[in-house]
Design a protein around this ligand. Structure first.
Ligand code: FDP
Length: 297
């Protein structure tokens, strides 16, 4: 079986970028081991005012420390840190944006959560998503998987007992599926969103939503359909973050033939003004997203 290192070599990935991807992927082991002793929810709030889980801060401190030491990274922007962090003495070629532990409200109930990472070349993190050099997520489910794109399709690897990531699927293509999952509270959904979800349901779409963006997206990547966290009445910005969540996941979706949108335009074309800025998100099969964008507001 092909390992992630062999895959990256075959794709002619620059060695620094390959090393960075492998270094991040290696952190799945320590993160998985840390769950058992970090089950509580901390008293602290993150920059978006959400309660932090111990695992949010543990994963953030752990990955940031490893990256800061690596010499490969010059800037780190994390959902769990207010400010962008400049790695001292680093002449690293890359800047990293990350949600160290996405879906943390599901830790207490042992459902799948993950780590989302986007990698840009150069010393800047306020970039359009379509400028990303690589995006990946680690999913801590029954298996630990790495879903990766370096801009030439999407590959899926599983972590074996010997610590190697083995290629399970190359060139994943997102089908035009019929699963949908939408966050937010139904009475607060906008008219456009409610109408669109109703039309998908009328066509036979089936609702599946766990509350972990990375896990909910993973099933859409494989089966096709729609994941949405929409604008709500009184909350036009939605809940999820453009830089840490939408851009890396959108990059992967697009590399698999899908799309990401805020409901009216491609999220990968948007230049963020602030690392913590939020956005409504619609990600999934290309045809579904295009139908949504064609609807009047
Ligand atoms: P969490 O706060 O548990 O980290 O980005 C945050 C996020 O989870 C997403 O992973 C998830 O899709 C969403 O929030 C869940 O929000 P709801 O509880 O409102 O469904």
């Amino acid at each position: 079986m092909i390992t992630v290192q062999e895959y990256l070599r075959e794709k002619n990935c620059e060695s620094d970028l390959a090393d960075l991807i492998c270094l991040i992927a290696e952190q799945a082991g320590p993160i998985r081991s840390a769950f058992i002793s970090n089950q509580r929810y901390a008293a602290s709030l993150n920059t978006s005012g959400e309660v932090q889980a111990e695992m949010d801060t543990w994963s953030d401190t752990h990955i940031s420390g490893i990256l800061a030491e690596s010499g490969l990274v010059s800037l780190i922007a994390s959902e769990e840190q207010e400010k962008v962090f400049a790695c001292r003495n680093s002449r690293g070629r890359y800047s990293v944006v990350m949600d160290p532990l996405d879906g943390s409200s599901l830790i207490a109930v042992n459902l799948a959560v993950g780590t989302i990472v986007g990698i840009y070349e150069g010393c800047s993190v306020l970039r359009k998503g379509n400028e990303m050099r690589a995006a990946l997520y680690l999913l801590y489910g029954p298996m630990t998987t790495l879903t990766l794109s370096i801009g030439s399709g999407v590959a899926l690897f599983s972590l074996a007992d010997d610590g190697r990531y083995l290629l399970m699927e190359d060139s994943i293509t997102m089908p035009e599926g019929t699963i949908y999952g939408s966050g937010g509270k139904r009475p607060e959904w906008t008219k456009k969103h409610s109408g669109f979800i109703a039309s998908l349901e009328d066509e036979g779409a089936k609702s599946r939503y766990s509350g972990s963006f990375v896990a909910d997206f993973h099933q859409i990547l494989k089966y096709g359909g729609l994941y949405a966290y929409p604008a709500a009445r009184g909350k036009p910005e939605g809940k999820l973050r453009l830089v840490f969540e939408a851009q890396p996941i959108g990059f992967l979706a697009e590399q698999a033939g899908g799309r990401i949108s805020n409901g009216s335009c491609d999220l990968l074309d948007i230049l963020p003004e602030d690392v913590h800025q939020k956005t409504p998100i619609y990600v999934g099969s290309r045809g579904i997203i295009e139908r949504l964008e064609a609807l009047p507001e």
